[in-house]
Design a protein around this ligand. Structure first.
Ligand SMILES: [Fe+2]
Ligand SMILES: [Fe+2]
Length: 486
């Protein structure tokens, strides 16, 4: 998490917000064109006070968004693409609501589209805040430029009802959808949101209905249901677009990247089955560890899946893909070290070639840090006069720069080593993992990733629990001896 912005980052973020504000004003004019149809200029002249009020209100809101991110999440301000993404979603939601409100019914506006999208690429707290901003923007636009000339309490109730729906059902949706792992789950959750959306729409309009009839109530319920259905449809339609445009790693995209149909995973499974199986277990371990220390578990899981793709270049040179014969027996230790350590760099290259997330490439190149390849170092030592530079038998680094890379380094080493342990009792696994973590600490592998001692202790504990679960000891099955009938 960024705690300080450089002068350049501050200047760039302020300019980005200024541009986004100007575009917000243009969006307001676009919405006016939708509301007023062809006669937009006379409409603006007639509502000049409203236009000024909305422009000032939008400016204040833009400034409040900046202040919020300045104190709560500077990472957003440090990335212009993130700022553009947030504003682009606000523009899109405002225009969609105006179009559907104008041509179908104000109750049918897709009010939940914005909150559902927000939570896919922002932290929950940030998503809640921007959702409130969206509700306020829509309310101000409705009150000053859309409904005010029509007067009457019905329009006022419509504005308040929209505000209440976005605040309450939107918030509810943000909490529910954050834990959903697939797109179908999203549809089901949104169907759950139908109930409060319909209740709010009916209750709010009861106060202004001249005559309360079943037909009138069903009409309102139908339009409120349309709000949810439009929201889901637009969510499903626009989410892949946001994923592609802004390189967003939503939980759905991450799941797709780790499915057996993902191109590199398919290749890994076909050409290096041993490595693929190893990656599956490392991914499980990384997910558990990330979740235990409050890191992004889905991201850790996906990055772990790709950490060893560099082995695709020479799969048969790695122990997990060899059957009986070890090809390294024919090679000098130096040549073996060259082949083994190249997999980190080759993996990063391959990930970039396939246009996969940068974090995956960082994890691939960092997952062995600058550790020595002990087996070949000792082999070379035995063949030498006893004076060797260990750096020539080590990975070149860099060491992990993120907590997720550190987790994957530990999960990777623990899995590979535990698999080769003859005794996998919880006590043995625990002492082994503890030694492994300590060794990496002594070799300064975590100096660049801000991980704390407490987090390393939690990771150790999680690895031991998960590994003893994966490699639990089985009771020896007695051999069945059948006596032949004579
Ligand atoms: Fe590796
Ligand atoms: Fe590995």
């Amino acid at each position: 998490m960024k705690t300080k912005l450089s002068v350049k980052e501050t200047a760039v973020s302020v300019v980005a917000f200024a541009v986004c504000y100007i575009v917000l004003l243009l969006v307001m004019f676009a919405m006016l064109a939708i509301v007023a149809m062809e006669s937009v200029l006379p409409y603006i002249r007639e509502h000049v006070n409203g236009v000024i009020t909305v422009s000032v209100a939008f400016f204040i809101i833009t400034a409040v968004i900046y202040i919020y991110f300045f104190f709560e999440n500077k990472n957003v301000l440090a990335h212009v693409s993130k700022i553009i993404e947030i504003f682009f979603l606000l523009y899109l939601s405002l225009v969609l609501c105006t179009v559907i409100g104008k041509f179908i019914d104000p109750i049918a506006r897709p009010l939940l589209f914005c909150p559902l999208m927000l939570v896919m690429f922002l932290r929950r707290r940030d998503a809640l805040f921007i959702n409130f901003v969206f509700a306020t923007l829509l309310f101000i636009f409705n009150r000053y430029l859309n409904n005010i000339d029509q007067g009457g309490s019905v329009q006022m109730i419509e504005s308040i009802s929209s505000l209440l729906t976005i605040f309450s059902v939107g918030t509810f949706g943000i909490f529910l959808i954050k834990n959903i792992k697939n797109r179908l789950g999203c549809v089901l959750i949104t169907l759950v949101l139908l109930v409060p959306a319909i209740v709010i729409a009916i209750v709010m309009r009861l106060t202004v209905m001249d005559e309360v009839t079943l037909k009138g109530m069903l009409n309102i319920a139908m339009y409120a249901a349309l709000n949810c259905l439009f929201s889901v449809f637009l969510f499903m339609f626009f989410l892949p677009l946001f994923e592609a445009l802004f390189s967003e790693l939503t939980p759905f995209r991450l799941r797709e990247l780790t499915s057996d149909n993902a191109r590199l995973i398919k290749k890994l499974k076909a050409n290096a089955l041993g490595t693929y199986n190893h990656c599956v277990v490392v991914a499980q371990l990384a997910e558990a560890c990330a979740s235990a220390i409050g890191e992004d578990a889905e991201l850790a899981r996906a990055a772990a899946f790709y950490h060893d793709v560099g082995k695709l270049k020479n799969p048969e040179m790695f122990a997990e893909n060899q059957s009986d014969y070890d090809l390294h027996k024919e090679l000098t230790p130096e040549l073996s070290v060259d082949i083994i350590r190249a997999h980190a760099r080759d993996g990063a290259k391959l990930i970039k070639k396939y246009h996969l997330p940068e974090l995956f490439a960082d994890v691939a190149i960092q997952h062995h840090g600058s550790l020595p390849i002990k087996f070949f170092y000792y082999k070379a030592l035995r063949m030498s006069d006893g004076s060797l530079n260990v750096a020539n038998y080590s990975y070149p680094g860099p060491t992990p720069t993120t907590k997720i890379a550190a987790i994957i380094m530990l999960a990777d080493a623990s899995e590979a080593a535990t698999r080769s342990l003859p005794d996998r009792s919880p006590e043995k696994v625990e002492s082994f993992v503890k030694n492994l973590v300590e060794e990496r600490m002594n070799l300064d592998q975590f100096v660049d990733c801000n991980i704390t001692m407490r987090e390393l202790t939690i990771i150790t504990h999680t690895l031991v629990t998960s590994l003893t679960g994966v490699y639990h000891s089985r009771i020896a099955y007695p051999k069945l001896v059948l006596s032949k009938k004579k």
